[in-house]
Write a protein that binds this ligand. Structure first.
Ligand SMILES: [Zn+2]
Length: 445
């Protein structure tokens, strides 16, 4: 079966064929590390994690590269506000981001590339753009001249900004030749981070980080670039303009993937609306698998309408699925019929909501054999830890209540035994009376 993917560049579903054999070079725009990561990050990076896992499931040799924007106005502003160094801001929130990703089982990334480790490559790209006549200098830096690039707008199918586009203040300057011209190299003001170079002492623009990183790691052309839908314009358009102007090779990227918006109670998530949810806060209430389950239940290209109800529903469905799966014993061989059905859905532009329905059909199918091994295989893609037995450390005082309850049960004192069950419940534990004895579980989060 062949994998079909929706390519933003052509606005079509196409049969996926890497540039070289089964090798897939994939780059995804990473976070700007100036604050805790939020639900929007969780959505985007779980979605690309599943896409990456599925390439590996299909036996592609995938290399997944993600950048970390560690030099940016937002980082500099936070540092000056808190009177600490920008490196300290970067180190703090980069560490938090990587911890959050680990918690969410986003483990498919091969390399996280910090922009500031590629300054030489960035300067080399700016110099080549200057030599070829694409870059010009004004009071605060070097800019890309869009009038020199006839192709500009070919990804977004437009050349003008729209309301939901992600923009950076670094690209603003009234002296620019064309309104949309963007900054390649910004001269640093006193107190700002600075790299001393013969094109002026400064720091990189936003878009040039990515092309410098991908040129160094992948070369001038590669298979796949992903990111949130808000990055298509101007960010990804600018990447194409830079790299194709430098190399003369087209296209920079064969397939462009973009994930849909995240809405909270039908509104855009933003700090000013007070509906900003950090991954950390969510993980205090919900298991990471519940967040993954919610993301999987939605198609990556569609907007995800988030609300407490939606999350509660995901929690209940996940817990039901997990409970059924945790009772399964290993038997038989992988059920090829169900794997085929799963692949059929995933091959259709990573249709995870339908693929999840295949999984539900399998667990409910009383006649299906090899359930355990089949679920294990499917969960390599979903990362829901469906078959993992949760080992919990039960404190001694709880074990003592369980023992007293066992004594009450042995005496058929149901009133006492029920009262003790309630005590356990208040402490966050549940008990199952099984033929092998009493089992203690944590109440579902
Ligand atoms: Zn980017």
């Amino acid at each position: 079966m062949s994998l079909k993917v929706y390519n933003t560049l052509t606005r079509k579903k196409e049969i996926f064929k890497p540039i070289k054999d089964k090798n897939v070079k994939m780059f995804v725009c990473g976070p700007t590390v100036y604050d805790y990561s939020h639900l929007g990050h969780a959505k985007t990076y779980i979605q690309f994690d599943i896409i990456a896992r599925y390439f590996r499931f299909k036996n592609y040799k995938l290399f997944y590269l993600e950048n970390i924007t560690d030099i940016d106005d937002k980082i500099i502003n936070r540092a000056s506000k808190e009177k600490i160094s920008w490196e300290k801001v970067r180190d703090t929130y980069e560490k938090c981001f990587l911890e959050d990703m680990k918690m969410l089982h986003v483990n498919s990334v091969d390399k996280y590339a910090r922009a500031t480790n590629y300054i030489d490559n960035i300067i080399s790209q700016v110099k080549r753009l200057i030599e070829k006549g694409y870059a010009y200098k004004i009071s605060d830096g070097w800019y890309f001249d869009l009038s020199k690039d006839e192709d500009y707008g070919k990804l977004a199918k437009r050349k003008d900004l729209k309301e939901n586009d992600s923009v950076s203040r670094i690209d603003e300057n009234k002296e620019k030749r064309n309104f949309g011209d963007f900054c390649l190299w910004k001269f640093s003001k006193p107190g700002e981070p600075v790299w001393k170079t013969d094109i002026g002492d400064g720091r990189p623009g936003w878009h040039i980080e990515d092309t410098a990183i991908t040129e160094k790691e992948f070369g001038p052309q590669y298979d796949l670039h992903g990111g949130g839908i808000d990055l298509i314009f101007p960010h990804h358009e600018a990447e194409i303009a830079q790299m194709e102007s430098i190399s003369g090779k087209k296209p920079l990227v064969k397939y462009w993937f973009h994930t849909g918006f995240l809405n909270i109670n039908k509104n855009k998530m933003s700090k000013s609306l007070g509906n900003f949810k950090t991954i950390r806060d969510l993980l205090k209430i919900y298991k990471p698998e519940v967040i993954r389950y919610l993301v999987i239940s939605n198609h990556y290209r569609k907007p995800l309408d988030f609300s407490d109800d939606v999350l509660e529903n995901a929690k209940n469905s996940y817990n039901r699925l997990k409970n059924i799966c945790s009772e399964l014993e290993e038997e038989g061989k992988i059920n090829e019929k169900y794997i085929e059905e799963f692949e059929k859905e995933m091959d259709d532009d990573f249709n995870t909501p339908n693929a999840l329905q295949v999984l539900w059909k399998l667990v409910r199918d009383k006649k299906a054999s090899g359930k355990y091994k089949t679920i294990k295989k499917i969960d390599e893609v979903f990362g829901l830890k469906l078959l993992e037995k949760e080992e919990i450390a039960v404190p001694d005082d709880i074990l003592e209540i369980v023992r007293l309850r066992d004594v009450a049960r042995a005496k058929k004192d149901w009133k006492e035994s029920d009262a003790l069950r309630e005590v356990l419940k208040k402490e966050g534990y549940a008990v199952d009376d099984t033929p092998e004895g009493t089992k203690v579980k944590l109440l579902d989060k």
